[in-house]
Design a protein around this ligand. Structure first.
Ligand code: AGP
Length: 610
């Protein structure tokens, strides 16, 4: 996720771009840059935040047109050469999204004589634009070239672009990444979200997929892909600036929960080969022979990432036939692990900076193990120290409680397991296809859960005054129970324990009373009957049972007091859906208790100390 802004008007462009970028900084903050246009085209960029960009700018910039970008790296490390805008002989581009076919386009453009300065996917857009503007000696305008260019792009994009021959316009295009136009009194804006220009105007036009257009100082034109001029309604924003930063959500956590249909799509973008029944994992530097001969994998992680790792263990064992251990990173480093060079260590860490996980990965490396990092932060420490890095591409997560990065980790683990399982011959192409189809269904299924969150809110409010909660699940739903309990305790301060449902009778059952809500993840699968028995056990001790169950399950109503539904789904992928329900349960419980949701007491987003 990145933030883009374009401005054309009567005011000096640079201060407007900088201020807008500061407002968009929540979308990414590893590097930033602007291009402004006067008699010449001037580009300034740097690694770091917008404050760092301000330092490298000249004291006075005379220009009324410009584009800007704040980056959350997906392709290429956070380095100045990878920062946007990207340039191609007088054309400048900023982009938010992922160009999936960039390697193929890059090869073609290199063949045409273009030189690449960055490792980004975005640079193909600017060279392609330049090529299309000048192809065959017939020069066409930037807008026409943009229409031509986006027909060749696969993936997601919100693009703003300008060129030195057209000094009073910024050209834009959109597919699967947000883009909104601001209609100002002294100029017009194109941005990733309204926050960028809300100080100047509340009148906006939302751009839809496959639309292109241009803003001028006193005009806005929007077209479809065939060049037909569109008439789009102007809407008036009713939020204030603070609300807008969270896109109207009360908290970042709620916003991030709602981003999951998109963040999951970004995580698997370009990787799921449904027809072949394979997953593309170019980042994994293990050849087929090495994967075939893997004897063991060890997953090291902390907190939510550790919970994801438990699901990873089950997936690797079932789909890839690899014996897998899951280790708490802070414990692993002080134990005596028996490891050897034929093994794989997978470090899961959203931030890539968790001290315990880094230390565990280093320790594995010292035994000669190959290391794979699964992380959300490009250029983080874990990425520099691991043999292979798989990015989760969930976009920046501001809320301390991990939500969208957790589900992105799960998706990555499914993909890794399918990839290795196919190579090792543990699952067939048809089995893999079936799983891929079900992974692709997840964004839509999550959307359905989100659209009916009111029931979860009611349930949360009903039990918000309880002191203790239990979360139980079996097999794939065990990590879901652990994560549900972790979410609830960290943001609502209610004591919550996640348990493998079969373990309750070995001790914790003594704690169950009518005052203890028990959340049972009771989705359809081969342990369904077993969890029903566990539900009966706690019901017999008068507990209130909140079940998470599939929409088509009528049976569960006989046993549970409250049923929170997920769409009918494949047993293997349902943990992602149940997790979203439990994130909302935790969120609304904390909201009912008026807790500090985005910054819970005593916690930090990334724990960089031992
Ligand atoms: C998640 O909600 C927590 N804030 C925490 O458990 C977190 O998952 C843990 O600190 C590990 O962080 P990492 O993924 O950045 O390594």
């Amino acid at each position: 996720m990145c933030g883009i802004i374009g401005y054309v008007g009567k005011e000096p462009a640079a201060p407007i771009l900088l201020e807008s970028l500061k407002r968009l900084e929540y979308r990414g903050y590893d590097s930033a840059g602007i291009t402004v246009l006067n008699s010449t085209i001037e580009t300034y960029k740097t690694v770091g935040r917008i404050a760092d960009l301000e330092v490298v700018l000249p004291a006075e910039i005379i220009a009324n047109v410009g584009i800007g970008h704040t980056r959350w790296a997906t392709h290429g490390k956070p380095e100045t050469r990878n920062a946007h805008p990207h340039l191609s002989s007088g054309v400048s581009v900023v982009h938010n999204g992922i160009i999936e076919n960039y390697l193929e386009l890059k090869e073609r453009l290199i063949g045409l004589g273009y030189e690449f300065e960055s490792d980004t996917d975005t640079e193909v857009i600017v060279h392609l634009l330049h090529y299309n503007m000048n192809n065959g000696g017939n020069s066409i305008d930037l807008l026409t070239a943009m229409r031509k260019t986006i027909r060749e792009l696969e993936g997601s994009y919100a693009i703003a672009s300008l060129c030195c021959n057209e000094p009073d316009s910024v050209v834009f295009a959109r597919k699967d990444s947000p883009l909104v136009i601001g209609i100002g009194e002294t100029g017009n804006y194109a941005a990733s979200d309204v926050t960028a220009f809300l100080k100047h105007t509340k009148n906006v036009i939302y751009i839809s997929d496959h639309e292109v257009g241009c803003i001028h100082p006193d005009a806005i034109r929007i077209y479809d892909l065939d060049g037909n001029l569109l008439e789009k309604p102007t809407e008036v924003i009713e939020w204030d600036l603070e609300a807008a930063e969270k896109s109207g959500y009360e908290h970042f956590m709620l916003k991030e929960i709602h981003e999951q249909p998109t963040s999951i799509q970004s995580t698997f973008a370009g990787k799921l080969m449904e027809l072949e029944g394979t997953v593309k994992m170019d980042e994994l530097y293990l050849n087929h022979e090495q994967i075939k001969h893997l004897r063991r994998a060890t997953i090291v992680a902390c907190g939510t990432s550790w919970n994801a790792g438990i699901l990873g263990k089950y997936l690797f064992e079932k789909l890839a036939g690899i014996h897998t251990d899951i280790e708490t990173a802070s414990e692993f480093r002080y134990g005596n692990p028996v490891l050897c060079g034929e093994e794989l260590t997978i470090a899961i860490t959203q931030s890539g900076e968790t001290a315990d996980t880094l230390a565990a990965a280093r320790s594995s490396k010292s035994y000669g193990c190959r290391t794979v990092a699964i992380t959300n932060v490009v250029g983080s420490t874990i990425t520099r120290e691991s043999d292979s890095v798989i990015y989760t591409r969930a976009g920046p997560e501001i809320g301390v409680a991990a939500t969208k990065t957790f589900t992105a980790q799960l998706i990555t683990l499914y993909m890794l397991a399918i990839h290795m399982g196919r190579i090792r011959g543990v699952i067939t192409a048809d089995e893999a296809k079936n799983l891929i189809v079900n992974l692709k269904r997840l964004p839509g299924q999550i959307q359905r859960i989100l659209s009916r969150k009111e029931k979860i809110k009611e349930c949360a409010e009903q039990f918000a005054d309880k002191r203790d909660y239990f979360f139980i699940g079996r097999y794939l739903n065990y990590p879901v129970a652990l994560e549900g309990a972790l979410k609830l305790k960290e943001i609502s301060y209610i004591h919550a324990e996640g348990y493998a449902a079969g373990e309750l009778k070995h001790g914790p059952l003594a704690l169950i009373t009518e005052e203890t809500p028990v959340v049972a993840i009771a989705t359809k699968g081969h342990t369904y009957d077993k969890i029903l028995s566990n539900i009966k056990e706690v019901k017999a001790r008068n507990a209130v049972v909140i079940a998470v169950a599939n929409e088509d399950d009528k049976e569960i109503e006989k046993y549970a007091d409250v049923v929170l539904r997920i769409p009918a789904s494949h047993e293997m992928t349902s943990p992602v859906l149940s997790s979203v329900v439990l994130q909302l349960l935790a969120y609304y419980t904390a909201l009912a208790k008026d807790c500090s949701i985005d910054k819970p007491r005593n916690l930090a987003k990334s724990v960089t100390v031992e």
